[in-house]
Design a protein around this ligand. Structure first.
Ligand code: GDP
Ligand code: MG
Length: 296
């Protein structure tokens, strides 16, 4: 016992510091108007974060999302503080001419990298840098059941160069289970064909356990999701759900849709990895390019 120094308490010291500081997680939602972006975000993070009619709070006037808009929330669970930034984007691809409609979104993401880099270069002044870098981009695919639209391919390609893109099939309740399986296969094949590399990435450092985890995640992506902010009664219990032509969809039932998979992925299994990957891959690529340009 005399040789016990006590440094094993370092894990508690780290935990204490991290808990005091809390975690910052920034998500952007991208896709056509009406695909259920605001609804899904509200469903994932339980409280009414963004009203699906576009209101930021009950006392603010009704408004459509016409510009890129970040809303911050603090969620505390068991003493762990999560600062959540949800960035809502105006639906695009609604116009006749959709050329370069993704530019403002890509610019927004790069601007956050740029702001972080500026603060990092003057880091002596700010001990703690507020992180607005986008850790995850939920990309909403229309549930056509056929294939990706040309614009989806272009936009996902552009986005995947700067951010972790996670595609979801929106409003999956409008497809039968068989249609979903076929649509997923089709989408995956198209992503491969168009050489779009999406999160999660395997790197040289990825260990066996992570490779397994990444494989299991890839086998579900794109998540076929259903969102709802309303409760319905199923078997006498109140659950988040939707009534449709065929019956009632229980959003939280894994046999009905992959909402729970997505929520577990975002909050339980990949939150930290999405944050790390953003810093180590996307931000690092931006940073080295900028610093190189400075030298020239
Ligand atoms: P946004 O424009 O992408 O933010 O879409 P909203 O979240 O405002 O939703 C648009 C409409 O679609 C609303 O009437 C929602 O109730 C409805 N909606 C949202 N999610 C789903 C879903 O998963 N399935 C179905 N059938 N309707 C949905
Ligand atoms: Mg919206």
């Amino acid at each position: 016992a005399t040789s016990y120094v006590g440094f094993d308490s370092i894990t508690q010291q780290i935990e204490h510091k991290l808990l005091k500081r809390g975690f910052q997680f920034n998500v952007i939602v991208v896709g056509q108007t009406g695909l259920g972006k605001s609804t899904l975000i509200n469903t994932v993070f339980a409280s009414h974060l963004i009203d699906s009619k576009g209101r930021l709070a009950a006392d603010e006037p009704v408004r459509q999302t016409t510009e890129i808009q970040a809303v911050s929330h603090v969620i505390v669970e068991n003493g762990v503080k999560l600062r959540l930034n949800i960035v809502d984007t105006p639906g695009y691809g609604d116009q006749v001419n959709n050329e370069n409609c993704w530019d403002p979104i890509v610019k927004y993401i790069k601007d956050q990298h740029s702001a972080y880099l500026r603060k990092e270069l003057t880091a002596m002044r700010d001990r703690y840098i507020l992180d607005t870098r986008i850790h995850c981009c939920l990309y909403f695919i229309s549930p056509t059941g056929h294939s990706l639209r040309a614009i989806d391919v272009i936009v996902m390609k552009k986005l995947s160069e700067v951010v972790n893109v996670v595609p979801v099939i929106a409003k999956a309740d409008s497809l039968t289970l068989e249609e979903r399986v076929a649509f997923k296969e089709k989408i995956r094949a198209e992503l491969v064909y168009n050489n779009i590399r999406l999160y999660p990435f395997d790197t040289d450092e990825t260990d066996e356990e992570e490779i397994q985890l990444n494989e299991s995640i890839r086998s579900v992506i794109p998540f076929a999701v259903v969102g709802s902010e309303r409760s319905v009664i199923i078997d006498g219990k109140s659950v988040l759900g939707r009534k449709n032509r065929w019956g009632v969809v229980n959003v939280e039932d894994e046999n009905h849709c992959e909402f729970m998979h997505l929520r577990n992925f975002l909050t339980r299994t990949h939150l930290q990895d999405l944050i790390e990957t953003t810093a180590q891959i996307h931000y690092e690529a931006f940073r080295s390019k900028q610093l190189l340009a400075l030298k020239e």
